[in-house]
Structure formats: structure tokens, C-alpha cells
Design a protein around this ligand. Sequence first.
Ligand SMILES: Cc1cc2nc3c(=O)[nH]c(=O)nc-3n(C[C@H](O)[C@H](O)[C@H](O)COP(=O)(O)OP(=O)(O)OC[C@H]3O[C@@H](n4cnc5c(N)ncnc54)[C@H](O)[C@@H]3O)c2cc1C
Length: 412
Amino acid sequence: MNTKAVIYDVIIAGGGFVGGTLALALAKLTPPGFRVALVDAAPRAQGGQRDARGLALSAATKALLEAVELWPAVAANAEPIRAIEITDSPLNASLRPHLLGFDEEMKAGDPGAYLVEAGDLHRAVQDAVGAEPAIDLFSPASVDDFEVDGFSVRAHLAGGQTLQGRLLVAADGKRSKLRERAGIKSIGWSYPQVGIVAAVAHEHPHHGKAVQHFLPAGPFAILPLTGNRSSIVWTEETAKGQPLMAAPESEFTAELTRRFGHRLGAITLAAPPQSFPLAFQMARSFVADRLALVGDAAHAVHPLAGQGLNIGMRDVAALTETIVDMQRLGLDIGAGTTLERYQRWRRFDSAFSATVMDGLNRLFSNDSAPLRAIRDLGLGLVDRAPGLKRFLVREAAGQTGYVPRLLKGEGL
Ligand SMILES: Cc1cc2nc3c(=O)[nH]c(=O)nc-3n(C[C@H](O)[C@H](O)[C@H](O)COP(=O)(O)OP(=O)(O)OC[C@H]3O[C@@H](n4cnc5c(N)ncnc54)[C@H](O)[C@@H]3O)c2cc1C
């Protein structure tokens, strides 16, 4: 039988949270006949790969997940954040008074963020991708290289197969091979810190409260999960983090308890912890000939405010809106003008967010007395300004400014 080779509209390299959601958005929000190829190097794990992270998803990300019909599957295991407490008290202080608290400001309206477990989100994305007829999934498979001619791009997979399309999207994570193949340089550095994550079970309910405790080694966050459980993101100096991860569970739990405190009663590890190296990275360009970068392939940020994935989801919404608009006008979705519009929309916003996270980490991850006095004064003033606090809550929800329609719950 002589089968005609498919020419895809979009080929996506990387089927993580960002690449998978982009594939769903394009498949669901473009007219019938639009074809998407999703190539993912990770094997489709039964029950998902182990990933101990709890992920804070902003209200804007929730709106996108609703638009691609993913939210109902995610919502069952999502915990709304109803209050936030920020402190920088020393660990041995008998009381840990808060510097800044968001309580009343968050009660008005819908929750600004939800906590989900990475494994649950992975499974929801994988199931939805598998059920979507407009997506051809190649997995486990990886895009090794690509070449561009005037009208199309050819993606070469590791096994020798070649896919042809109008646009190639690199959603292949922080160490993006496609970014490197395209010759796009990035600026970045490693932090001398690791992010230790774990799910923790505790005696008493958390009432939806998230706590951010700024310690000299880095922030220690307690984020509410469903039931009497919380997710921790413990930023620690790399030199101390490695021995901690290798320590017996009782030693690890004792150190964890020193930081967690006794507010929620006795704690136990609900699953073994994991640690992640932390780095800042920003691509110098988000586009090249028939190529667009999204998610961590374009930018990786410090996890202290739980924004990395949310910024990646803004890329998804902006690229989808751009492609849908160009397609409606009958224009080439892989052309330079399309890609420039996407880049203008996303590059400055991502760089701004990444720089803010980096600055906060530098400001708080130290024990300098003068810096401590300045930041405590600043946060104390914010705490007394309800209008400013309401503004910050809206900003964190990710729905202010020139945001793509999908993040505001609007159709395309
Ligand atoms: C400790 C920690 C806590 C965090 N907490 C939060 C949080 O609370 N909220 C938040 O918004 N963000 C958070 N983040 C950031 C968030 O996890 C990342 O921004 C997000 O996972 C990036 O998703 P991605 O799909 O772009 O990349 P990845 O998740 O890295 O996915 C890349 C995919 O590409 C595949 N791949 C790689 N190379 C190829 C190739 N050549 N061909 C095909 N496929 C390929 C890989 O197999 C993988 O599936 C946190 C990060 C850390 C480290």
C-alpha cells in the first residue's frame, strides 16, 4: 500500500507538562484537520514517573487547563491555597511571627493558586494526550536534529524516522538539545543550592495555609496538599543537601522537623524525598527559523515562588493564540512574522519574572544584618497596606496585564 507521508502543522519535541499541554491546546482549539506530532523521550510510565514535587498552579494556569479540558482530571487532587504566611525568624526562635501575611485578601474571590502533585498532573496530561485523535504520539522517541527549508521543517528522530511539519516547538526542558542545535545561546548560572522536595503527613489540618520561611541557606516552603498532608520545597546549600539526602530517614525527619515546626503536630514522610539541582537560565532568543522554544527550554527559574511551570504555561497560551490567529488569516504558522509576535509577547515577561525570582533569592538567602533590616522593614510596610496586598494577590494569580486570552478564561 502506498501511504502518503503526513505533513504536520506542528511537531513538538518534549511531552512534559508544557509540551503535553501545548499539544492538547493546539489539537482542541484549532479547526479540524490540524495535525500535531508529539515526540517525548521519556517512556510512557505506568502510573507516571516518580516525581515528588508539589506544583503550585496559578489561577491563570487553571484557566488554561480548563480550556483544554484537563482541569476536571486535575481538580480531584488539587488543594486551593487559602492563606500565605511569610517569615524569616531564626530556626531556634520560640515564636515565628510573620513578616507578611495574606489572609483576608485571599478570601475574596476564587483561590489564586492550587497545589497539585507532579505525578497526578503527569498522568492527567498523558491520559488526555493518548485520547486525542489529532495528536500522533511518538514515545519513547527523541528529536536528535532538524533542518529547515523555505516552507517546512524536518525533525530527525533518534531511530532514523523523519517527521515533516510547518513549525517545530522545543519543549525539551532545561538542557534543550534543539536550542543548542539551533545555535541559540543562553545566559545562566547554577545556584549553590539544591531544592529538596517531599510530601509530609501531619496530625492537624493545614486549613489551606502556605508558609514561606526565608532561612539563610534559602527558602523553606510548606504548601498544602489534599488531606492532612503538605508538600515541602526545602532550599539548602548543595554541600549540606547531599549528606542530608543520604542520611537515615530518622535523621532527615529530625532536620525537617526543626524547619517545619510543631504547628501541625507530629510529622512523617509520606514518600521518600527527592532533590533537584537549581539553576537560572534564559535563552537569548525564543525563536529561530521555524522553531519556537517554550517552557524550561526557554527559561528556567528559581522555584522559590513556584512560578517555573506557570511561566511555561503562559508560553503555551501565547503560542496557541498566535498560531490560531495566523491560521485564521491564512498565514504561514511557521513564518518569521508569526514567531516574532510570539517572541515579543513572551521574552520580556519571562526575563522579568526570572530576574525577580533571582533577586528575591539573593535578598533573602543570606544572614546579613543590614539586608535583613531593610527587607523586614519593606515587608512590614507591605503587610500594613491592604490595597497593595490585594494587588500582589492578583499579580500572583497571573491574570493581570497583557495576558493571553486562554489565561483569562476567554475563548479564542
Ligand atoms: C524543586 C522544584 C519545584 C518546583 N515547583 C514549581 C511550582 O510549584 N510551580 C511551578 O509553576 N513550577 C515549579 N517548578 C518548575 C517546573 O517544575 C518546571 O518549570 C516545569 O517542570 C518545566 O516543564 P517543561 O515541560 O518545560 O520541561 P520538563 O518537565 O523538563 O519536560 C521536558 C520533556 O522533554 C523530553 N525531552 C527531552 N529531550 C527531548 C528530545 N530531544 N526529544 C523529545 N523529548 C525530549 C523529556 O523526556 C521531558 O518529558 C519547580 C521546579 C523545581 C526544580
